[in-house]
Design a protein around this ligand. Structure first.
Ligand code: COI
Length: 355
């Protein structure tokens, strides 16, 4: 991290800042003025640069287009009341990017390139970080193969890029989910733990079927038996059952090691919330819905932070969850997490970096 990274900067001459409506931000539609780019070739990362956000020229034989050798990350920057920019746990994102990269045969990205690229990009586009409560600048680091070759093998060349996008809430209301017992998101030995582009592509069709039936997302079950719950949509999922927080463990290699998940588990322990990292059976979930012991269910991820679940379909039966009071664990932990992210509560865990 101490190595200096020389980044060549070309500023835009046509900023989109003035025409951007910061009062009506949705997720992922607006991209900020600049992007960070660095190429991997001849065994090394070369020519780090920040350039105006613009389309890329891609060779039709590009390996990513054909074989999907591509990974990404997601994190957020917030503006505090002093106008400082706060980024939440970027070191964890860098670590996970390289864990995903290893599984996908993508070369390791040095921490200083990740941190310095992000830091200089944020500095240049600091006006793009929204200051309105609930809004943030979504940061999307990603790496993809750039060989022009139709044979199948790990690419020799890659691009690492960082885009940023001012965003509002990911979900505007609590979501409805359906337990999926036919399609699988991940299997043991597969790529489920990695933030690999193909995992998301493969989840689209099953999610679309659920959406046609009136649900927002799926509750994914394990790929072998479909008898226990693993994730929700693109998020980790947590339940509060009889006052205990229950979430799936991440040691099977099928579940993303969510940074929001990890942060919530840390805060839950500090808040004295009983906690079990164990698989929740589909039938057990149904029993808990029937006997009223399931108090809360929510997805956790960078984009939504906490996505409250209001309706769950299990074994073709719909169950409505109780209304969440402000006292509900999911609301209390979200409030605490937001306070840390917006710099309103002291960061005693080394989670935030200021720019
Ligand atoms: C996240 O919330 O962590 C995500 O990866 C969401 C993204 C697919 C939009």
């Amino acid at each position: 991290m101490n190595k200096t990274v020389e980044i060549n900067i070309t500023k835009t001459t046509t900023s989109k800042l003035q025409e951007t409506d910061f009062d009506n931000l949705t997720f992922g539609h607006i991209l900020s003025d600049h992007m960070f780019v660095v190429d991997y070739a001849d065994g090394d990362w070369q020519m780090p640069r920040i350039v105006p956000y613009a389309p890329l020229t891609i060779n039709p034989a590009n390996a990513t287009l054909h074989y999907g050798q591509s990974i990404f990350e997601g994190l957020k920057a917030y503006k505090n009341e002093h106008g400082e920019i706060i980024v939440f746990r970027p070191d964890a994102n860098h670590r996970r990017l390289n864990e995903s990269g290893k599984r996908m045969c993508i070369p390791e990205l040095p921490e200083e390139l990740f941190m310095e690229g992000m830091s200089q990009l944020l500095d240049l586009d600091r006006e793009w970080v929204p200051s309105k409560p609930g809004c943030s600048l979504y940061i999307r680091p990603f790496i993809f193969a750039t060989d022009e070759f139709l044979g199948i093998r790990p690419s020799f060349k890659y691009k690492f890029m960082i885009l940023t996008s001012p965003v509002g809430n990911y979900y505007s209301k609590p979501v409805s989910v359906k337990v999926e017992t036919h399609y699988s998101r991940a299997i043991e030995g597969g790529t489920g733990f990695a933030k690999a582009a193909g995992n998301y592509a493969g989840s689209l069709y099953p999610a679309l079927q659920a959406q046609k039936q009136g649900y927002d997302q799926l509750l994914w079950t394990d790929g072998k038996t479909h008898q226990h719950i693993e994730e929700s949509g693109t998020m980790n999922v947590m339940f509060v059952i009889n006052g205990t927080l229950v979430t799936a463990p991440t040691n099977t290699g099928t579940i993303l090691k969510g940074i929001t998940r990890d942060s919530i588990l840390t805060l839950a322990q500090e808040m004295g919330m009983p906690l079990e990292e164990r698989f929740l059976g589909v039938n057990e979930l149904q029993e808990c819905l029937e006997n009223g012991s399931l108090q809360e269910a929510f997805g956790t991820g960078t984009a939504a932070t906490v996505a409250h679940i209001q309706r769950i379909n299990v074994n073709d039966k719909d169950y409505q969850l109780p209304e969440k009071s402000s006292d509900a664990f999911s609301n209390r932990v979200l409030k605490k997490l937001d306070a840390i992210k917006y710099g309103l509560e002291e960061d005693t865990r080394g989670w935030i970096r200021k720019y």
